[in-house]
Write a protein of this length. Structure first.
Length: 502
């Protein structure tokens, strides 16, 4: 159930993003343009097969909507053999051209829905359109034959399965469209859901159309205008069902339009990953610097100890040499003179006593030098620690700056969704273009009443064609757009509530 709701929401989102209502309007226009040559060709074939009796029956059937002059023109057109061949040829060419335009529009619309512009050539497009046209023709023929069988033989079992058989035949008719027209490779299974959805929609439309026909007498006031409006509306909604089926297939296959939100989200993920990687690298560099600083401190301590030991060894050597010199000079003096020998010990004693302070002074001098060197090392270590603390403070400040500039995924996704929805809601025609189209349609509609070349039913029919080709289709597209906007109101309310809670 939850997956079905998710697929439905994704399909509606894709349909609104690609504006399939406008694509459906284009398809409906080409389909409605093919109605005129189809009716012309049907009338010629029917007049050839049925003769004058069929023509009179048709004129009497249309007598409620045509003026007497229009009835005479229609009767003479159906019964006159002059120009029938040229009319048949013109109707056939126009029917083929308009039909191919319909399928070409479907091909383009399917490619747009799938997010892959069609890269095939004109010949391939014509071949695909011809194949699809043939398949649809076969399915329509089968549907007509099935209805004829139900009407003639009145088989109760088939009458109960009439809707199911109609859905099956329409699915078979629409299946080539969903397999041939997308701009990507579609498997046989992937083309089935859209065809089934479109067939179900067209079956519901045919039921509504039958309901309208059964109650057409109640809407006699509308006349030809009502019938034409019903036909173009039926074609528009039918084209919309076809395109929604394509959106459903694209959603189920995961071959939708490249999503801007997912691209930005992936970019944000990469940015966050790079930021995390930079932070881990900075931590590794910090740890490596601390280990190097500790090793340098140990080396400096070892150097201080070595220098202190060398100083002590030098001082001991000097003291030893002094004592040796004093002991050697005492015997020498005693040999020279006895009086001097008496004074020698005193002199030696004085010298030794004098030398002792000098020796002490020497030791004191060496101790002073050692203290000065230790103070320098302490000052260097303190300066190094201060520099390390400053670097750490700068690194923390840099990390805070990076964190403040980093875009978080949730915030970016929320802002992006609101921006996309706002742009979609504002994606309407602007400027003087729509007003010029409306002015042109109104002027041509009024001119159809006063033209000297058309009168009666043909003037009304020309007015309907001109009006529906400009003003009417524009109004239908606007109404459909309003309907889709109303469907998106719950989603917008949910976003507003979510933003308010956050």
């Amino acid at each position: 159930m939850r997956r079905g709701v998710g697929v439905g929401r994704a399909t509606v989102s894709l349909a609104r993003t690609e504006q399939i209502t406008f694509l459906a309007a284009a398809i409906a226009y080409y389909a409605f343009a093919s109605v005129v040559p189809l009716l012309l060709l049907t009338a010629v074939v029917a007049s050839v097969v049925g003769g004058e009796a069929f023509a009179r029956d048709l004129v009497s059937f249309l007598g409620q909507t045509l003026t007497p002059a229009s009835q005479d023109v229609l009767l003479s057109t159906l019964t006159t053999t002059t120009g029938r061949g040229s009319a048949t040829l013109v109707g056939l060419v126009a029917l083929l051209w308009s039909s191919l335009k319909v399928f070409r529009a479907l091909d383009t619309a399917f490619s747009i829905v799938y997010g892959e512009p069609a890269e095939e050539g004109f010949l391939d497009a014509v071949v695909d359109g011809a194949v699809a046209l043939g398949a649809v023709g076969v399915a329509i023929t089968a549907s007509v034959a099935f209805v004829a069988v139900l009407t003639l033989f009145e088989v109760p079992f088939l009458e109960r399965l009439g809707v199911v058989v109609e859905v099956f035949l329409l699915t078979a008719a629409f299946y080539p469209l969903y397999y041939l027209f997308p701009g990507v490779d579609v498997s046989y299974r992937e083309a089935l859901p859209g065809a089934l959805f479109a067939a179900s929609g067209w079956t519901a439309l045919s039921t509504l159309f039958q309901l309208y026909v059964s109650n057409a007498a109640s809407f006699a006031l509308w006349g030809v205008l009502g019938a034409a409006l019903v036909v173009v509306t039926w074609l528009y909604v039918g084209a919309l069902c076809l395109l929604v089926g394509a959106a459903l297939n694209a959603t189920l296959a995961g071959q939708t339009v490249p999503d801007v939100e997912s691209d930005v989200a992936s970019a944000v993920d990469r940015h966050l990953q790079n930021a995390g990687r930079r932070q881990s690298d900075s931590r590794m560099v910090d740890d490596r610097d601390e280990s190097e600083d500790a090793a340098d401190g140990e080396d400096e301590s070892r150097d201080v100890v070595d220098s202190t030991g060398d100083a002590d060894a030098t001082t001991g050597a000097r003291a030893t040499s002094t004592v040796d010199d004093g002991g050697a000079s005492a015997p020498g003096d005693g040999d020279g003179d006895e009086g001097d020998s008496d004074s020698a010990p005193g002199g030696d004693g004085d010298d030794s006593s004098a030398g002792a302070p000098s020796g002490d002074d020497g030791d004191g001098g060496d101790g002073g030098k050692e203290t000065i060197g230790g103070d320098d090392d302490d000052r260097d270590a303190a300066a190094l620690r201060e520099e390390i603390e400053e670097l750490r403070a700068e690194l923390e400040s840099f990390e805070d700056d990076v964190e403040s500039r980093t875009l978080h995924r949730d915030d970016v996704e929320g802002d992006l969704k609101r921006y996309v929805r706002r742009r979609v809601r504002r994606g309407k025609a602007r400027g003087w273009g729509p007003y010029l189209v409306l002015l042109y349609g109104t002027a041509m509609t009024l001119g159809a009443f006063y033209t000297p070349y058309l009168s009666g039913g043909w003037a009304i029919f020309a007015m309907v064609v001109i009006w529906l080709s400009t003003l009417g289709l524009y109004v239908l597209m606007v109404l459909a757009g309003i309907g889709f906007n109303l469907l998106s109101v719950p989603g917008r309310l949910r976003d507003v509530v979510g933003d308010w809670r956050s």
